[in-house]
Design a protein around this ligand. Structure first.
Ligand code: UD1
Ligand code: UDP
Length: 350
């Protein structure tokens, strides 16, 4: 079978790293990078560190407004699909690359498989929620990572083609944890050996695009009295500069780091503060208390299990959680057995 995989943004490279290596044992994979992320530390570093094959196509779409970015992807993907004539298109997650990949296939009547289907924030103002809902409704095979994702799809009338395989990011952690343990240069470079720190990431449009929300997050991190390590997403860097916001000395800001360094930083942290979807899950995998800078989450099981606290962007709530949040329960198994990629391949084989 010829499977065409579409990736474009940082978390998709990590998910594809786990799945592609399994798929390629049995099937021909054509890898298409839309070019949504293009800086070395947002793209190439993942291909090198995680041994992902060079993309067969890089569409070089780059940044832009949602319509322009998604539309340019559609135009360029159509040419590739018509040339390659894949039997199936595989997409991951909830970015504009996900929606373009799925929509283009659907229009050409090529079956679509969606990895990480069924996640919902129930907040249609999020670009990611729009991408998820639309992608799920034009997908033929829906690989869900959690029980709540399966329930969400059924609630929207999608009854067929759903497979609960667990989470491919759990596969990725198990695949790369050993390598990550040796990537402690970052800890040395930041003079963090033997020191306690909180790891933070911020990049969601709902936070960066509002001066009050981003300002409150920045004040909370500045005032918490803890060492914060913050690999800064280029989107956030740009808005910080536009708004004239600055971090205090306790916040150690770095450029975005590679996956192995990121996992190493997560492993050695005390707590994690984030608005990322992937990082919320990784906090759970690493058994680190997670403080989520959003008003809701798609990863509801991590909250129900007591390991994730949703604080939004309220300064006092963030400060209180950084100082006091401690999970009260033992972790339950939420994300499967770390064999999601093999299960995905078995379904595709059938
Ligand atoms: C995208 C996804 C988001 C995902 C995130 C992962 C959409 C709508 N959003 O958000 O769901 O969580 O990726 O990181 O698809 N930029 C650079 N260099 C790069 C990439 C981006 O400087 O290599 C800057 C540009 O100023 C760009 C901005 O970041 O305009 C936003 O990039 P974009 O890909 O549009 O969205 P993300 O915020 O990265
Ligand atoms: N990540 C990384 N380097 C960083 C920040 C994040 O490798 O500087 C990894 C992180 O470990 C996780 C993934 O990127 O695996 C999450 O991506 P991101 O937060 O950009 O997007 P989201 O998951 O919110 O869509």
């Amino acid at each position: 079978m010829k499977i065409l995989t579409v990736v474009g943004a940082r978390p998709q490279f990590i998910k594809a790293a786990a799945v592609s290596r399994v798929i390629r044992k049995h099937h021909r994979e054509v890898l298409v990078h839309t070019g949504q992320h293009y800086d070395r530390n947002m793209s190439k570093v993942f291909f090198e560190e995680l041994n992902i094959p060079e993309p067969d196509y890089n569409l070089g779409v780059g940044s832009g407004s949602h319509g322009r970015q998604t539309g340019t992807m559609l135009i360029k993907l159509e040419e590739v699909y018509e040339k390659e004539k894949p039997d199936l298109v595989l997409v991951y997650g909830d970015t504009n690359s996900t929606l373009a990949g799925a929509l283009c296939a659907s229009k050409l009547l090529i079956p679509v498989a969606h990895v990480e289907a069924g996640l919902r924030s129930f907040n249609m103002e999020m670009p990611e929620e729009q991408n998820r809902v639309l992608t799920d409704h034009i997908s033929n095979i829906l690989f869900v990572p959690t029980k709540s994702a399966e329930k969400n799809l059924k609630g929207e009338g999608i009854k067929k083609g759903i497979y609960n395989v667990g989470d491919v990011m759990f596969d990725a952690i198990l695949d790369f944890k050993k390598l990550a343990e040796n990537r402690s240069e970052i800890i040395r470079d930041l003079h963090l050996e033997g020191r306690e720190y909180v790891l933070a990431t911020i990049h969601r449009a709902e936070n960066t695009n509002h001066i009050k929300r981003l300002g409150d997050i920045v004040s909370a991190l500045n005032e918490c009295g803890r060492t914060i390590v913050l690999p800064l997403h280029p989107r956030t860097k740009k808005y910080m500069s536009d708004y004239g916001l600055k971090f205090n000395k306790n916040v150690k800001v770095t450029d975005p780091v590679g996956y192995l360094e990121m996992i190493n930083l997560e492993m050695n942290s005390q707590k994690i503060v984030t608005d990322s979807g992937g990082v919320q899950k990784e906090a759970f995998f690493m058994k680190k208390p997670c403080i989520t800078l959003r008003d809701e989450t798609e990863w509801v099981e991590t909250v129900e299990n007591g390991w994730n606290k949703i604080v939004g962007t309220d300064r006092k709530k963030i400060l209180d959680a950084i100082l006091n949040f401690t999970p009260s329960k033992k972790q339950e198994n939420i994300f499967g057995d770390g064999k999601a990629s093999v299960k995905i391949m078995k379904v595709l084989d059938r």
